[in-house]
Structures are given as C-alpha cells and as structure tokens.
Design a binder for this molecule. Sequence first.
Ligand SMILES: [Zn+2]
Length: 504
Amino acid sequence: MKIFKRIISVMLAAVISVSIVLPSFALDKKCGCGFSPVIYVGPLGCADIVRDAGEENEQRLWKTDTKFLLKNFGKVNGTLLKGIALKDYDAVADAVVEFVNLSFGDLALDSEGNSHKNVTVPNLNTPDSSEHGVNISFYFDYDFRLDPYIHARRLNDCIQQIKKLTGHSKVQLKASSMGGVVLSAYLDTYGYKDVETVICQCCPLWGTAVAGELFCGKFELNPVSLRRYAQTAIPSLDGGDAAQSLLYFLTDAFRITGIWNMIIALGNRISCKIIDRVYSEALIPIFGTMPGIWSFVPAEYFDTALEYMKVSRSGGLYRQILHYRTAQSHIAANLKKAKNAGVRTYIFCGYNIQRTPLVSAWKNTSDGTVDTKYASLGATCADLGETLDTEYIDSLKDKKYLSPDGMIDASTCALPDCTWFNRDWLHCNGQPAIDRFYEKLLTSKKQLTVFSMKEYPQFLQNDKNAGTLLPVTGEYNYRELFRQNPSLLNLTRIASDFIFGKHK
Ligand SMILES: [Zn+2]
C-alpha cells in the first residue's frame, strides 16, 4: 500500500512538472525564419487622444476633426471679427486664446505630469500576433504628452511579448521622429540585450531647435524662411506636377513683387500685439505641461527654457522633465555601446529643407522639423542654402565624410560610419526607394556602413515624385536635379532661378 501511494505521488509529480514545463516549451519554440521581428516606434501623434472616450460626447483632441474646430471657432468668431474691424487687438487676443483653449486645453497635464481623468488614449496597440517579416511590423504607439519613461516601460513589455509570440530572442527597432525619444529612454533603462537592430529615422535625438526656441520665447518671422518653407513643402502636396510647378513659380514671383514682405508686415503688426498673450495664456499652460514636448528641448536651451516657462521646481512634472535629460545626454554613448556590442545601428536624417519659419534658428539645415545636427548626433552643417566655408573644409584632415555638395561634414557625428543624410527629405515622408533602403538594412546580417554599399553612400538625394534615392554627386543645383528627374517642377526651378534670380 505504501509503495502504491509512493508510485502515485511520483506519477502525479511527473504529470505536474510536465504540465508546468509544457507551455513554456511551446512559448520557447524557436522561429527559424532568420528575420527578427520589427517594432516600428511611431512618431508624435501616433495614437488618438480622446476626451470622454466611449461616452456620447466623445471627442478626439489630437488630430481633431474640422467639425469640432469649427464649433469652437463659432464660439469666438463674433469677438474676433469685431476685434479685427475695430483694430481692438485685445479682443482679437481674447478670441484666439479662447479658441486654442477650447480646442486643445484639455490636453494639458497636471503638476504631477498626469492627464485629466477623462482624457485618455483608449486603444493602445498590444502585440497579439506571431506574424512577422520584412513587411509586417508591430506598430508601437503611445500618448505623446506623457513622460517618455512610461512609454519605455511599455515598449519593454511589448518586446518581451513579441519575443514570446514569435520565438525570436531579439527584435529590430525602427524609430520614427519622436519614436527616437522613446528609444532614448528605453536604451537608457533596459540596455540593448533584446535588440538586434536600431534604425533612427528623422529622430530629435538631441532635440529640435523649434522647441528650444519657442520655450525660450525666441520668435522670428522673415520673408526668406517663409518663402523657402512654402517651396520645400510643395513636392509633398497632392495635385500633380503641373500644380506643384505653378505653386513654385508663384512663391518666387511673390518674392520679386514683395508679397512675402507684405505678409510678414501684416503678420507682425497683428501678431506682436497678441502673440505674448496667446503664448502665456494658451500655449504655455497647455504644451508647457507635457514632459513629451519637453523632451524635444536641446540641452543648450534647457536652463533658459526652465526659467522662461516658469516651471515649478517641485512636483512630478519637474522630476519627469529633468529625468529625460539623462536619456538625451546618454543617447550617443548608448548607441555607441550598443553598436560595439554588435547591435546593428543606423541613423538616417534629412537636410536642405527650411525648418519651421517661426524661430531665430531658421537658418539651421533640417528636414523641416528636426535640425540635421541634432538628428545626426553632431554633424557640422552649413546654414541652409550655403556650403561650409573653405577654411573649415581645408582644415579637415580626412574629407571622406564631407558631402559632395559641401553642405555637411559628418566626421563630427557620434557614429559617422552609420549615419546617412538624405537631401531634400521632408520629415519622415515615405517613398518606395526609402523603403527599399530600410529593407536592405533590416535584412542584412552584418552592420552596413556608408562605405559598404555603392548605391547608398553617406549622402543621398531624395526625390519623392520620382520615387528615387540617388547618390549626391556634386554641388547642389537644379540642373542636376532635373537631369536625375526631368519633371516639370524641376524644370520650373531652373526657369524660376533664371527669371527671378538665384535660389537663396
Ligand atoms: Zn521568424
């Protein structure tokens, strides 16, 4: 009887231990496809932020709908029109402040960095599929307002889950724009042990000047930046080659006829009177409360911005804002460490695009949103539309990182061998040739460099309309662009230069 009992208990123990081990056998099943799953870490605004989700009066607050904006405009347009008619700029300011607060006010966080209870992101993605491949990636989204370390924690959870679901031991991270902020916080907290590849696309790794300057109150509007901003946006507009060419021609014609100057003068006359109030009564109380937006402030602006924005030095918000400084100041070292340990590391950024024309740093070359020097972790860049001066170029011992157009020296980057520059690339705008480039990076088993692929040298020319990504070969000029892609728009650029004087 005793023996019988013992046999039963041994058998039971065996059954229990097998049943405990079994599921983990199933989860640990290795995938043999040879391609680690890709997680796309999305940009700002990757997730909808909603007020009163699930209720009758549910309202999307970010990337909101025109109906909501029109409704809010309806509430202020009486004051606005009367103010304009009577040149009563205080009334105009009242109207604008009220409109911004009605439309975006509920996005503001409290002094602890928390959202209003009824303002949420109801549908964040969680991994639930084992499918993976070059064209199947997991989209990681988040509430851009919050502390980036909150997203880093969730990203880590997703990575662990995706590893289990797919049977791979590592993942490939592709960060787009603000995704680089999440990546910075992630790497600084969890390291690179689960990561096989990192791609940073147009990421504000060291911030973006527009955030730094706006948080320091440095506004500047001028006709040169306004015209260039309009022109660089044109290739991304719908409407086809003919419409784009016409618009381009008009932006240059505006310059000659002084229309840009008139727009600035009119803008300045009204904006100087109301900008202070809109800023202090609407923009600061909303966007100044978001650690996510603070993560965009470059180190050189940070102390001034804290003063200017009158951030209270107590409370969770301040602690969160300060915490991210660590991630930002470590990102170059963290990426280097990862790369040295075998993580394939790639930085891809745009240049030669006019940045947001509101700030005094409007001469920084950029992708329109992120300054090239911050996205590339330290490239030496000429002012937009210019080349590095000959003295600087002559002083370079090694010119192998100098762009053929003389605009950028990548030798000063944190990772010069794996940082690519895409000329005329508007912030994160996709096109098939860029997808092919990424596919090459993601499928390669070894670290690729700016010297290892003939078709992808360090400096590339982006042409969204033609769907091409071609090596930059020489000085920037429209004849060369036309030779690469003989579109009407590129022909108009040459003609417009000829009629109105050289592009500057
Ligand atoms: Zn696989």
